[in-house]
Design a protein around this ligand. Structure first.
Ligand SMILES: [Zn+2]
Length: 251
């Protein structure tokens, strides 16, 4: 994670009553005429102003000690224009879920078509979605989450059956730093963005979490179970390491 910081002496002033978190739109930060949203957090424990760029989605976050004015933090960010530009240039390209957007869904090339009214649905190779353009991306995302959940649950149940285990519940979420998790009692959780990954990666993550129903660790027996259920996990793990962050740029 990109991080820059500026150390401040301990609090001399009282906390100001402004909120702890807010989003500031700062003009001309990266380039003239271009506004950048910064998520500002005021932290009572922070000793320094720090500036981060999330390498997955390009979100800019500024942490400011409680006793330092927010404006001071913004001035700090302004002095880091070149650093910010370099960090943002390294963020993978995103695919916004707009009319005409094309991407792989569960191994199949699909395209978004905005038309008329009604909820998102699959028509041939198109995700047809209606309603206000402002809600288009959210409706597509909701549709993809539902598709992901259905496919993940089916694959997880089928894989678990081969292991003699039962999947109690499958949920989908959008965690930043993991693709799935498993609880001993048979509840599995996955990133819905796996539906945008190639099938060999999708299958690997499902096999990985299902294998945890037998081994709640990453020991030798766990990996042997993954191999039994799926085969060699190396290509899928390499794919996630190289491309996982890009999946977070969709939508
Ligand atoms: Zn694991």
């Amino acid at each position: 994670m990109g991080l820059l910081s500026l150390l401040f002496p301990p609090a001399r002033r009282k906390a100001d009553p402004q909120g702890r978190k807010r989003v500031l739109t700062v003009p001309d930060l990266i380039a003239p005429g271009r506004a950048t949203e910064i998520r500002v957090t005021r932290n009572p424990r922070a000793r320094r102003i720090s500036l981060r760029v999330d390498p997955a989605d390009g979100a800019v976050a500024l942490t400011v000690p409680w006793h330092v004015p927010v404006e001071e933090g913004v001035r700090f960010a302004r002095r880091q224009g070149a650093w910010l530009r370099a960090r943002l240039a390294a963020v993978p390209e995103g695919v916004p879920f707009a009319d005409g957007a094309a991407f792989e869904l569960l191994g199949r090339r699909v395209r978004v078509r905005h038309e008329g009214k009604g909820p998102a649905r699959m028509v041939g190779d198109e995700i047809v979605v209606g309603g206000e353009p402002a809600f288009l991306a959210r409706r597509v995302r909701d549709f993809l989450k539902a598709e992901a959940k259905r496919a993940l649950a089916a694959k997880a149940r089928e894989t678990a059956a081969r292991l003699g285990k039962t999947v109690k519940l499958v949920r989908v979420a959008d965690p930043k730093s993991r693709w799935g998790s498993a609880a001993r009692d048979g509840r599995l959780s996955f990133s819905w963005r796996l539906a945008l990954a190639p099938p060999f990666v999708f299958d690997y993550v499902v096999a990985h979490e299902v294998a945890h129903l037998a081994h709640m660790n990453h020991g030798r027996h766990f990996w042997a179970t993954v191999e039994d259920l799926y085969g060699d996990p190396a290509p899928a793990r390499a794919w996630l390491a190289a491309n996982g962050a890009a999946l977070h740029r969709h939508g």
